[in-house]
Design a protein around this ligand. Structure first.
Ligand SMILES: Cc1cc2nc3c(=O)[nH]c(=O)nc-3n(C[C@H](O)[C@H](O)[C@H](O)COP(=O)(O)O)c2cc1C
Length: 339
């Protein structure tokens, strides 16, 4: 018998699909979601996901092997669609019999869905809007994540609450839809479950868990921050596209704006080709997340964080965070049932 009967009942489809006790996924966070955090999440009844990011197939291979040494519970691997070795990474997951592959960063390239599913893994894909969600399901995705712009990291333009209203009533009865972005408390989880979500995905709330290897200064920056400090990066010039990233304001975010102006000016003077200018913008943040998470450079690095950062006040073990979320959800559902 579950300690959280109402929440567990609403999470039943999601938990069964993930093979975890609770349908709470910890979204992959580059540099943060490695063996320690991933295994801690899965061991605590949630579902951890390794962030492959820019890892080589060899690195992913050893990360999965090391994670397996720390947990016997299921966990997933997040692959970025534009990774040049995507198909080799899919093979690595298959060799390790990883049960769930999460594809992020745009529509899956031709052949990738079949490659993942052929090897027996379940595919979870991000649906940025209803039409694409339907398309992804037709193409073979087994579950969707809808993620609003409150989230940390790369974001789309629409809020979680609007995406949930657009997508859940259409798709959630027949399909597995997980909701992400801006979830800080269990009350919110209860709300999305009642709307039909199979489960939820959180990142920001887990980034500073005791088991997270993030640098102490990275964690301190989170504890100090409020929702309004987690801002989306701004594109300055239409010729220089910027995929918005939500991160804590710091010297680096200010300098990024200045850098865009500088490159635009060089472009105006025709001293640089368009492709080169766009590359300079794209590469500006390369390595920045690592600088913040691993080296603790909170001034110049990228402190990716969602708006729920204001609800992250101290380092807590993953098990306590998950238990707290489940208790809050259960209390919210109990209260609503009484009305
Ligand atoms: C520090 C950080 C790094 C992230 N890196 C990735 C990533 O590499 N790949 C990815 O698909 N999502 C990434 N995300 C998004 C998370 O997986 C998750 O979907 C998101 O954090 C959920 O929203 P929340 O931050 O409001 O909880 C990242 C988020 C954070 C905070």
């Amino acid at each position: 018998m579950s300690s959280y009967p109402k929440t567990s009942a609403l999470m039943a489809r999601g938990s069964e699909f993930l093979g975890s006790e609770h349908a709470i996924m910890c979204g992959a966070m580059s540099w943060v979601s490695e063996r320690n955090l991933v295994s801690a999440i899965s061991n605590a009844g949630g579902f951890g996901v390794i962030a492959c990011g820019a890892m080589t197939p060899e690195l992913l291979d050893s990360e999965i092997a090391e994670t397996k040494k720390l947990t016997g519970k299921p966990f997933g691997v997040n692959l970025i669609t534009m990774h040049p070795d995507l198909f080799d990474l899919i093979d690595v997951c298959a060799r390790h019999e990883v049960g769930h592959v999460v594809l992020a960063g745009g529509l899956p390239p031709k052949g990738s869905v079949d490659a993942i599913k052929q090897k027996g893994a379940k595919l979870i894909a991000f649906a940025p809007m209803l039409a694409l969600g339907k398309k992804l399901l037709r193409s073979g995705a087994d579950a969707l994540v809808i993620e609003g712009m409150e989230a940390g990291g790369h974001i789309g333009p629409v809020s979680t609450s609007v995406l949930a209203q657009e997508i859940l009533p259409e798709l959630a009865a027949e399909n597995l839809v997980f909701v992400a972005g801006g979830i800080g408390r269990g009350d919110m989880i209860a709300g999305y479950l009642e709307m039909g979500a199979a489960g939820v995905q959180l990142g920001t709330r887990f980034a500073c868990a005791t088991e997270s290897i993030a640098h102490p200064d990275f964690k301190k920056a989170f504890f100090r921050a409020s929702a309004r400090d987690a801002v989306a990066s701004v594109q300055v010039d239409a010729r220089l596209p910027v995929i918005p990233v939500r991160a804590l304001k710091n010297k680096g975010t200010e300098e990024f704006t200045a850098k865009q102006r500088e490159v635009a000016a060089v472009l105006d003077r025709e001293e640089i080709a368009m492709a080169e200018a766009q590359l300079q913008i794209e590469h500006y943040w390369a390595g920045a997340l690592r600088r913040a998470v691993i080296d603790g450079d909170v001034e110049n690095g990228s402190l990716m964080a969602g708006q729920s950062v204001g609800m992250v006040k101290a380092e807590e073990p993953v098990a306590d965070i998950i238990a707290g979320l489940m208790q809050e959800s259960e209390a919210a559902l109990t209260l609503r049932n009484r009305v």
